[in-house]
Design a binder for this molecule. Structure first.
Ligand code: PLP
Length: 411
């Protein structure tokens, strides 16, 4: 089929395992012989509640999520979580520190590590919400950065807010999808944060584009969120893992100067109602559940995914490294080059990026069925996204196209 001949390396929504989509297609029409499609069932039916619960249980198992963390299925995408994380944590801060705002009218500092486009957007949103933001690092401004994102300065150099100022949270993005900048495994170096800071300041991670591709230390975080549509499922559902003691009724913080939080963004509403406060995206949750089950039962869980991610990205980066300057990584600091989104430019050997050659490369890819490899419009060049559903065999097809291209240009 056309599908079998296609290798979709798009950055998101992205490729999902064919077996899972076939199962989902069946479920849409007639879910487990109920005579009704999954998308036609009431979200309050026991059948659908089981779907949510089993997706949650599988996710808990895959990521070793402790009992004192809630798992919420939200709508609104990663973008809505830019708002929701800030507002819910500011609300929690106001509930827990009733006198704070009267003494500090600007509100508690909100620390942001800016390493790419998505953290920039989260920061912009926090400012819109009136938060007292503090940029702990902006990797565009590092020496040699020529105003582009392409490195992650060591955590020990970040300009964190003093613990005494009671920061509301520290926010970072584990994998910047647009630029292809990822915290090197095993992730953010928590041991480089001052102990007191690490123990008292809630840490928020946007893991939209690399969740389930390697283990993550859930306990070191207060919130981990991710839109499903890259590594996990179709678009429409965003999963939030949040430490339960931070889930408050925001209205209780309002008299103390805390923010008003729109109903659908209030984590407590989702948590108290098993993510069924209002109608959830039932299909997206269902299909996400199928992907989670498939990863757990057939693909070796997160460890299996991590090993494959390592193999796939290594193969592509090695090809880039041995291309005689024809392929040039867009991310200058080697250690932070993403395993998920591999960004590079195409050049004549020794020359600057050549858009005409890039078009030629995109065409060569498409002749072999490889699609959606054009870089994000803000970065240019090429971006190949190797999410969990992309196999090692498919990655080898890409590597072969790259090698053939190198030979052609070198001639
Ligand atoms: N964060 C990251 C790392 C992303 O890659 C994206 C989307 O590509 C978002 C946030 C925004 O997600 P959404 O489009 O679901 O709002």
């Amino acid at each position: 089929s056309n599908r079998e001949m296609t290798i979709n390396l798009g950055a998101g929504p992205s490729c999902l395992p064919t077996e899972v989509l076939l199962q989902a297609a069946q479920g849409i029409i007639d879910y487990e012989r109920t005579g009704m499609g999954l998308v036609e069932l009431s979200h309050r039916s026991s059948t659908f509640i089981k779907v949510v619960k089993s997706a949650e249980a599988d996710l808990r198992q895959l990521l070793a999520i402790p009992e004192d963390y809630a798992v919420l299925f939200q709508q609104g995408g990663g973008t809505e979580q830019f708002t929701a994380t800030a507002l819910n944590l500011l609300a929690a801060h106001a509930v827990k520190n009733p006198d704070y705002m009267s003494q500090n009218p600007r509100g508690p500092p909100c620390d942001y590590a800016i390493t790419g486009s998505w953290t920039s957007k989260a920061l912009k949103e926090a400012k819109r919400m009136g938060a007292n933001v503090n940029v702990v690092v902006d990797s565009r401004k590092e020496q040699g950065a020529d105003s582009k994102f392409g490195c992650i300065p060591p955590v020990s150099t970040w300009k964190l807010s003093p613990v005494e100022s009671k920061p509301a949270f520290l926010y970072y993005c584990d994998n910047e999808t647009v630029e292809g900048v990822e915290f090197p495994s095993p992730g953010l170096a928590f041991d480089q944060l001052p102990e007191e800071y690490r123990k008292t300041v809630p840490i928020v991670a946007d893991c939209s584009s690399n969740i389930l591709s390697r283990p993550i230390d859930v306990k070191a975080h207060s919130i981990i969120f991710f839109g499903a549509q890259k590594n996990v499922g179709p678009s429409g559902v965003t999963i939030v893992i949040v430490r339960k003691d931070l889930i408050v009724d925001p209205d209780q913080g309002v008299p103390n100067g805390g923010p008003r939080v729109p109903t659908t963004l209030v984590y407590k509403n989702a948590a108290d109602n098993g993510s069924l406060y209002n109608t959830p995206p039932t299909f997206a949750i269902y299909a996400t559940g199928l992907v989670l089950r498939d990863l757990l039962e057939n693909k070796g869980g997160v460890q299996g995914a991590a090993q494959r991610s390592e193999n796939k990205s290594r193969a592509v980066y090695q090809t880039i490294a041995s291309s005689n300057g024809i392929f040039v990584p867009s991310v200058r600091q080697q250690e932070v080059r993403s395993r998920m989104n591999i960004t590079f430019r195409v050049c004549r050997p020794g020359g600057p990026p050549d858009e005409e050659l890039e078009e030629r490369f995109v065409k060569k890819c498409s002749e072999k069925g490889i699609t959606q490899v054009k870089g994000h419009r803000s970065v240019g060049g090429i971006r190949t996204s190797l999410y969990n559903a992309i196999t090692e065999e498919q990655t080898q097809v890409l590597v072969q196209v790259m090698k053939t291209f190198i030979d052609e240009i070198s001639e």
